[in-house]
Design a protein around this ligand. Sequence first.
Ligand code: GUN
Length: 298
Amino acid sequence: MTARVIDGKAFAAGLRERVAAAVAKLKAEHDLQPGLAVVLVGEDPASEIYVRSKAKQTVEAGMNSFEHKLPATTTQEELLAVVDQLNNDPKVHGILVQLPLPKQISEEAVINAIDPAKDVDGFHVINAGRLATGQSAMVPCTPFGCLLLIKDQLGDLSGKTAVVIGRSNIVGKPMAQLLLAESCTVTVAHSRTKDLPAVVRQADIVVAAVGRPLMVKGDWIKPGAVVVDVGINRIPAPEKGEGATRVVGDVDYAEVAEVAGAVTPVPGGVGPMTIACLLRNATVAACRQAGLPDPEGL
Ligand code: GUN
């Protein structure tokens, strides 16, 4: 058996179209243009590429894009002043401070300084608490994107067994909350989990978010399971020449595709969903701040 390949790139393109349609409607009917501000501190090349891509897609969706590039020597006080200015800017409905931050700045202090209503990353403790207690929240983009892909494969998730590998605040924990809210039976596995392959073998749904290249093997997977790979790992690729590298996920795709019912590729699976969900969150945030209902179809 060969698994279905989950086309995150195509799904994300569809979501971006629905966001653009919702944005056009908000402009036409309510004179409201959602605005998304992105703050980048320092010159991490991967973050710079990501931020440029975000800005481009924000504009393509018809939204306002605000970019703040600060030097690597920025103090916490200076960054908090920028966050405060964005919190108070009525044209800005969503604020994203790109992580990681330079070591002189506390990520926790900065995240929790963002107005929770504008926290399109869903990292603020208020949004984490709202998600955990079933209240209306801003939901972190990557796990939300994973959930959309899983529901697209399986429909109703009620009663399914889900194993999330990884317990980060950005992916693992919110992923577990989202699956629990869908009435899955959820296990969060991590580096101290005993007999991880046996735990994963129980799962109808596997989400791998650990950052270990090719860790999840074919014989860990229950036949027919849906496998979502959040990992983005760069490994040496001597077959491509000396010093060359390639990007792989946390899942050994070649093996797992022989057993699973459906699997996300890397690249082209979860990756493209994250920015699409960010645009979605910014649009939802703009509606909520204007006292409008959440847009339909998002
Ligand atoms: N760095 C890597 N992924 C993310 C993300 O989703 N949000 C933010 N703010 N920083 C990141």
